[in-house]
Ligand binder design. Structure first.
Ligand SMILES: *Cc1c(COP(=O)(O)O)cnc(C)c1O
Length: 405
């Protein structure tokens, strides 16, 4: 995407309203073209809409380099519905999961397993440290009853990019299956299933593909989809049944979010035009680099050590200055046209800034100018965190613990 492809203000279809830029983990700022795709009504049973569904399934499979081993099952609901559907459908009722946890989404996966009544164990790394392949190796060696490993690709609560390749190799070597929550990474971080045949990958419409919310999708080995029959406790979340019916009829089993689906197809076309995953990764990485350089120049500090930073979202510590409050900072930036995101850490005050969606480095520079203006106006002189707070990976001891449910 060219720099001028993104308007200076986030203009809306024809009306005067200017939406603020959504610098969040999704829903995101979307292109006009994607929004315009929603101005038509579609019959969910009609062949034109079935062709759209078939097209997005084909395009998503192409993004992981599938050579015919995988299939794509779109599923109604937000990302969490799709994760729940995947956990319920792919983990056998008598199976046992290992949840690799380092933030809110890992915790949510474990909570989902509680609801489902599936047996599991966790490796909990706290807020900002990645689960490491050696640790997974030790746990799998010690517990042969673990059938499935659940990994969050980019743990959006801190922005950390977890070491997928190393963990995949260990899981594969032990003959277990990897279920990957790639919600906030898919479409921007490459996954090639010819080199890394992950059993199940889950993502949703409103993250790095830059569609609007309303559904997600499960990319799974066909063998896994076959094996999933009868596992799910839920009719509407049964991935196997959705797959079977969709392949037989071309239709979604129950009312699909038709406008969202056609907008998603338009978003996929733009993803391709931008250079696919590589193009998107380049833009998001540039956004992040510009953002972090500018923030550090003002004195802000990132939670994560550089090597764990993702191009998706970055966590910054709140300034240790009596004039700083997050609500005040948030509102001042919103008035200037930028929506940021609160932090999700247990140990220190923080906030997050997303670098995904229809935003480019010009938007990032405008944001930095708005932040500079905001701190000046509020009389904030020190943007660094309280003394003693270290970026993760430099000073912290390893706080991992492995525990059974
Ligand atoms: C966004 C996200 C989800 C799903 O969240 P929803 O609010 O249900 O869309 C799940 N996992 C990760 C890592 C995410 O970033």
């Amino acid at each position: 995407m060219k720099d001028d492809a993104i308007p200076p203000a986030n203009a809306c279809n024809g009306d005067d309203r200017r939406d603020p830029w959504l610098l969040t983990p999704g829903p995101l700022s979307t292109s006009m073209r994607t929004k315009r795709a929603m101005l038509h009504d579609w019959g969910s049973w009609d062949s034109d809409f079935k062709a759209v569904t078939a097209d997005i399934r084909r395009r998503l499979l192409a993004l992981i380099g599938d050579a015919g081993e995988y299939d794509c099952v779109p599923m109604q609901g937000s990302g969490t519905y799709c994760i729940e559907a995947a956990l319920a459908s792919f983990i056998p009722r008598d199976g046992k999961a290992l949840v690799l946890m380092n933030g809110a989404y890992g915790q949510r996966a474990a909570r989902t397993l509680d609801y489902l009544g599936r047996d599991y164990t966790v490796l909990d790394k706290g807020d900002y440290l990645p689960p490491m392949p050696e640790e997974v190796d030790r746990i799998l060696s010690a517990d042969p009853s673990i059938s499935d490993v659940v990994l969050i690709h980019c743990e959006t609560s801190s922005g950390i990019l977890n070491p997928l390749e190393g963990i995949f190799s260990v899981v594969e070597r032990h003959g277990r299956r990897l279920i990957l929550d790639s919600m906030s990474a898919f479409g921007a971080i490459p996954i090639d299933v010819r080199k890394m045949p992950v059993e199940v990958i889950v993502s949703s419409a409103n993250k790095c593909i830059e569609g609007v919310p309303g559904f997600g999708f499960i990319l799974a080995r066909k063998s896994a989809l076959q094996r999933a029959e009868g596992n799910s406790h839920s009719l509407s979340l049964d991935v196997h049944d959705q797959w079977r019916v969709m392949n037989a009829t071309g239709q979604w089993r129950f009312t699909p979010p038709t406008h969202t689906v056609v907008a998603f197809r338009e978003a996929l076309l733009q993803h391709e035009e931008e250079g696919g995953i590589a193009g998107r990764l380049a833009r998001y990485s540039r956004n992040r680099d510009v953002l972090i350089a500018g923030m550090r120049e003002m004195g802000f500090r990132t939670l994560l050590d550089d090597r764990w930073l993702s191009p998706i979202i970055t966590t910054f510590f709140c300034p240790d200055d009596e004039n700083f409050t997050f609500p005040g900072f948030y509102e001042a930036l919103k008035r200037r046209g930028f929506i940021i995101y609160p932090g999700k850490l247990t140990e220190a005050e923080s906030f997050r800034i997303g670098t995904i969606g229809q935003v480019n480095e010009t938007v990032m520079r405008n944001l930095l100018a708005a932040i500079a203006e905001t701190i000046r106006e509020a009389g904030i002189r020190n943007c660094a965190p309280a003394p003693g707070i270290e970026p993760a990976g430099t000073g912290h001891s390893d706080n991992s613990k492995s525990s059974a449910k």
